[in-house]
Design a protein around this ligand. Structure first.
Ligand SMILES: [Cu+2]
Length: 441
């Protein structure tokens, strides 16, 4: 089966020059893989996979393949979004790409289509609340590619339907609907001031990057984030490292299979109001939050299972919004983000470890043995990158100063072997990456 990769980029021109978007007299053009209006060949009856990506800086692209000169657009069958396969193909009337979005879909040319028939790859009008895409005029679309039907009949292909018809290993999706939710968060994306004459700041929960409050999910837990949009602009929410499941859009649940896995939402109100089709049954990393319409805030609910420890960002994928502050950091901490306290000089140098989940003491050990009474300081950090915090223990400032790193997975072995024995030493380090307490000598 023929696969194509189509990177679509918008740019502004004035005369023969490419200009930035602040230029007053500018028209928008679209290139596919760097070409203006390329020809794409399809055979009668052939099915192809098109992997399309919006690689522009802020354009919204609402793609259709329609007969030149008029007629009904071809159905498109989405099989993956943002690089994540769906469990079954979902038929949609168009594929909408906010900034950074990638969609893979099947396009099937009807058998018997006469050779030389021409279809257009076109962008339908999309109003994002600020810009009218593709050409700045309400209700006007733009042709960005030409699809020409060839002579030889293509190999017939029946597009699979029904639950899990895209079989493993390509189908990796696990439905999070019935998983326990460890944390619910509300995250609001809005401009400040809303209608000022100065350049606005684009905020998340009232702050701009890097001052957006830090989110610290725990490894392997599921969080539910409600993304709120009180703005008149839509915002393509994007998160790094972890894909998410879209649970609902503007209060309408999005299923994972069958007709319930496709929904269409109003994205903006007023002149040039826009709709967008959402598809379930797969993870994604970009979802457009609808604008507030008639005072009702746009709302998308997502669930994320965090699989990687460490910091990453989430942001609006409209570059101008992101550049003006609409980005935040989340830092995935271990499943049990332990913390520890040391010991002042005088008594046996003891480290006590507490669970960050239950707040109960889960271990105590003597990093320098029973004879050591010069005190111990302790820092916590994932030194060996296994997703479990380790304990960096330092002696006091006097005498024979030492640092001992205790592997966070071995603290119970330390206890089993008796408190009088020094714990196993996994590494010697004078600092900890991502340490969440201080105090090393
Ligand atoms: Cu935005």
């Amino acid at each position: 089966m023929t696969q194509r990769v189509l990177g679509i980029k918008n740019f502004w021109t004035s005369g023969t020059n490419i200009v930035d978007s602040s230029t007053a007299v500018a028209s928008t053009q679209y290139a596919i893989n760097g070409q203006l209006d390329p020809v794409i060949s399809v055979l009668p009856g052939e099915t192809q996979v098109w992997n399309v990506a919006n690689i522009g800086n802020g354009a919204f692209m609402s793609l259709v393949v329609r007969p030149q000169g008029g007629g009904e657009a071809l159905p498109l069958f989405v099989v993956a979004e943002d690089g994540n396969p769906l469990t079954e193909p979902q038929q949609v009337p168009r594929v909408t790409l906010g900034g950074g979005r990638r969609t893979s879909f099947l396009i099937q040319m009807p058998a018997g289509t006469p050779a030389g028939t021409v279809f257009e790859l076109a962008l339908l009008p999309y109003y994002d609340g600020f810009n009218q895409w593709p050409l700045g005029v309400v209700g006007v679309s733009d042709v960005i590619g030409t699809v020409v039907v060839g002579n030889t009949p293509g190999t017939p292909f029946i597009i699979p339907t029904g639950p899990n018809s895209l079989s493993p290993p390509t189908n990796l999706f696990t439905d999070l609907t019935n998983e326990p939710v460890a944390e619910e968060r509300m995250i609001t994306f809005y401009r400040r001031p809303v209608d000022g004459t100065i350049v606005p700041m684009f905020t998340i929960n009232g702050q701009t990057y890097p001052n957006v409050p830090l989110i610290q999910p725990r490894l392997n837990t599921v969080e539910e984030w409600t993304l709120i949009n009180p703005d008149k602009d839509v915002h393509p929410f994007h998160i790094h490292t972890s894909g998410f499941q879209t649970m609902s859009v503007n209060g309408v649940p999005l299923g994972v299979s069958g007709p319930g896995a496709v929904l269409t939402a109003n994205m903006t109100g007023g002149t040039g109001a826009t709709t967008e089709t959402f598809v379930g049954g797969g993870l994604k990393d970009v979802v457009v939050i609808p604008a507030a319409i008639n005072g009702v805030f746009g709302k998308v609910v997502i669930r994320i299972k965090f699989g990687f420890v460490g910091p990453a960002v989430y942001h609006c994928h409209t570059a101008a919004h992101e550049d003006l502050g609409m980005m935040g950091v989340f830092n995935v901490v271990p499943e049990d983000p332990t913390y520890a306290v040391g010991q002042n000089p005088g008594l046996v140098s003891t480290v006590r470890v507490f669970s960050g989940v239950t707040q109960q003491q889960i271990s105590r050990f003597l990093p320098f043995g029973t004879g050591h009474t010069q005190g111990v300081t302790v820092a916590v950090g994932d030194v060996n990158g296994d997703g479990v915090y380790d304990f960096i223990c330092g002696t006091g400032r006097t005498g024979n100063t030492r640092v001992r790193v205790v592997d966070g997975t071995k603290i119970n072995d330390v206890n089993a072997r008796g408190l009088s024995e020094p714990p196993r030493c996994s590494a010697i380090s004078s600092r900890s990456a991502g340490a969440n307490s201080a105090g090393l000598p």
